[in-house]
Design a binder for this molecule. Structure first.
Ligand SMILES: CC(C)(COP(=O)(O)OP(=O)(O)OC[C@H]1O[C@@H](n2cnc3c(N)ncnc32)[C@H](O)[C@@H]1OP(=O)(O)O)[C@@H](O)C(=O)NCCC(=O)NCCS
Length: 226
């Protein structure tokens, strides 16, 4: 069963599809197989399900089905004319695809709606993100959940920025402000490829059915702004 539960995280011209991972290497195209041939069954299942979802998204966008192999840095190589992003988490694979004529890049991440252990908070969050860490209150479980959301937003941003900058960024390299109405803003705090420190992006998050999710899309018209 293909779901569309994360579609509200993106502008309406994106196709966003999700499904539980299922084994089936035969769903992969020859140029995709090398990435997971020696991998454990669970990894093969999530990789194959994501590619199957990508082709379903291509069908819904009205474009010909094509392969989505991985680069040496694990970045998906989107067919000409498309931008996309993939996420996997416990029991779920998600793919988002849009048209490259309108969109420069897109990123998605989905995480289990569970608190992050307190020992990791300082690594994943900045001191100046405290207002977002206490979004759902001061109790340890609420703070831990909010840190999971910040992590999710930063991973979605990472996937969106990487094809444009080809730069590894750490969790202290961006500052996130989360709003209870489902919006977030993110500020890049260091230069990354052609992007300058101070660049701001906005996106949407959701908390539903046991998952935290974040989506971010960069319009072609905004790509050149500093
Ligand atoms: C790349 C990364 C974000 C992937 O996250 P993950 O939790 O391992 O796995 P997810 O299931 O969420 O996403 C995996 C998908 O991400 C995509 N991905 C991996 N590397 C990528 C890259 N460099 N650029 C864009 N997408 C990438 C792939 O599609 C992958 O799925 P696939 O291998 O089946 O194609 C993570 O491994 C990582 O390196 N994080 C550290 C960097 C970071 O997030 N910094 C924060 C900056 S503010």
């Amino acid at each position: 069963m293909i779901g569309e539960r994360f579609a509200p995280l993106f502008p309406p011209d994106f196709v966003v599809v999700d499904a539980p991972p299922e084994p089936g290497l035969e769903r992969l195209w020859p140029e995709e197989r090398g990435a997971v041939e020696g991998a454990v069954v669970a990894r093969q299942a999530e990789y194959a399900t994501a590619r199957w979802l990508c082709r379903e998204a291509m069908r819904r966008l009205g474009v010909e089905a094509r392969a989505v192999p991985s680069s040496s840095e694990r970045m998906p190589c989107w067919p000409q004319g498309l931008v996309g992003s993939i996420a996997h988490t416990r029991g779920l694979c998600v793919a988002v695809l849009g048209r490259a004529s309108r969109w420069a890049a897109v990123g998605i991440d989905v995480e289990p709606d569970e608190p992050v252990n307190e020992t990791l908070h300082a690594r994943l969050c900045r001191a100046d993100e405290q207002p977002s860490v206490t979004l759902w209150g001061e109790e340890p479980a609420a703070r831990g959940r909010a840190v999971r959301l910040l992590f999710c937003i930063k991973e979605a941003f990472y996937k969106c920025q990487y094809p444009c900058t080809r730069t590894f960024l750490g969790f202290q390299d961006a500052r996130v402000a989360v709003h209870l109405d489902g919006r977030f803003e993110l500020e890049l705090l260091r230069d990354a490829g052609p992007w300058r420190a101070g660049r701001r992006l906005a996106g949407r998050w959701s908390r539903q059915e046991g998952y935290l999710a974040a989506g971010i899309a960069l319009a072609r018209s905004e790509e050149g702004s500093p």
